[in-house]
Write a protein that binds this ligand. Structure first.
Ligand code: ADP
Ligand code: ADP
Length: 227
C-alpha cells in the first residue's frame, strides 16, 4: 500500500526574470513501513520537498497524497489538523516549546485538537525513548540528544501516517546521532512506522531501505538498498 504519493510536483519561487525552479516535476511513492532517505547537495530542493510533504507550503503545481488524502485540497484549518495527526515532523533544531515540560511537549499535538492522551501508548513511547525520568523537565535542562528524543515522541504520539525528519542528527555528535538513528529505525521496523529522512549525510543514506537522490530539483536516482 502506498502511504505517500507525489505526482508531478513543482515549486517555483518568485516571478519573471528572478524566478527559481526549486522542484521540477517530481513524482514518486512510498509504501507503508518503508524507510526512505532523500539525499542531495545544498540547493538541490530538499527543504522545498520537505515543506511540501509536510504541508507547510503549497506547490506551484502537482499533488501530494498522504494515506489517500489530497493534502493541498484541504483548507488551512483542515490542513493544520491533518498535519498534527498524520505527519510526524522532526527538525534539526528540535523546535520544542521552551516553557513546556517534556510531557507537555510530547502530548501537545493531541491536546491542541482536544484529543485524549492514551496513557498506555504514551508510557510505551517515553519508555522506549528513555525519557521516563525526564517528563517534568524543561527542554533547556536536557542534552541535545534528549531534546531530539522528545521531538521523536511528539512526532509519534498521534500515530502519524508518515514520520518526516529533516537532518535529524545534524546538530548532534556522532554518539547521539547513532542513538537517534537507532531509535528512528526501531520505531520504523517494530511499529511499521513509515520513515522519510532528508539529509546530505551519506552515512545515514546507507542505513535506509531506499535512497532517492535529488539534484537541481529533479530525481537523479531512486535505489532500493534492502527490501
Ligand atoms: P536544499 O534544501 O536542498 O538546500 P532548497 O529547497 O532550500 O534546497 O532550495 C532549492 C532552490 O530553491 C535553491 O536554488 C534555493 O536558492 C531556492 N529557494 C529556496 N527557497 C527559496 C525562496 N523562499 N525564495 C527563492 N528561492 C528559494
Ligand atoms: P551532553 O553531553 O549529551 O550534552 P550534558 O553534559 O549537557 O549532556 O548533560 C549530561 C546529563 O545531565 C544529561 O542527562 C542531561 O539531561 C543532564 N542535565 C544537564 N543539564 C541539566 C539541568 N540543568 N537540569 C537537569 N539535568 C541536566
Amino acid at each position: 500500500m502506498n502511504i505517500l504519493q507525489i505526482e508531478n510536483l513543482s515549486k517555483v519561487y518568485g516571478k519573471g526574470e528572478t524566478a527559481v525552479k526549486a522542484l521540477d516535476n517530481v513524482s514518486f511513492s512510498v509504501k507503508k513501513g518503508e524507510f526512505v532517505v532523500i539525499i542531495g547537495p545544498s540547493g538541490s530542493g530538499k527543504s522545498t520537498l520537505l515543506h511540501l510533504l509536510g504541508g507547510v507550503d503549497r506547490p506551484t503545481s502537482g499533488k501530494v497524497f498522504i494515506d489517500n488524502t489530497d493534502l493541498y485540497n484541504l483548507n488551512e484549518t483542515q490542513l493544520a489538523i491533518f498535519r498534527r495527526r498524520q505527519i510526524g515532523l522532526i527538525y534539526q533544531f528540535y523546535n520544542l516549546i521552551p516553557i513546556l515540560t517534556v510531557e507537555e511537549n510530547i502530548t501537545l499535538p493531541l491536546l491542541l485538537d482536544e484529543h485524549e492522551v492514551d496513557k498506555k501508548q504514551f508510557n510505551e513511547i517515553v519508555e522506549k525513548l528513555g525519557l521516563t525520568h525526564r517528563l517534568g523537565h524543561l527542554p533547556n535542562q536536557l542534552s541535545g540528544g534528549q531534546q531530539q528524543r522528545v521531538s521523536i515522541g511528539r512526532a509519534l504520539i498521534s500515530n502519524p501516517a508518515i514520520m518526516l525528519a529533516d537532518e535529524p542528527t545534524g546538530n548532534l555528535d556522532s554518539k547521539n546521532s547513532e542513538e537517534i538513528m537507532e531509535l528512528l529505525k526501531m520505531f520504523n521496523k517494530t511499529f511499521n512506522q513509515t520513515l522519510i529522512v532528508i539529509t546530505h549525510d551519506e552515512r545515514i543514506a546507507l542505513q535506509a531501505d531506499r535512497v532517492i537522490s535529488i539534484e537541481d530539483g529533479r530525481i537523479a536516482k531512486d535505489e532500493v538498498i534492502r527490501s
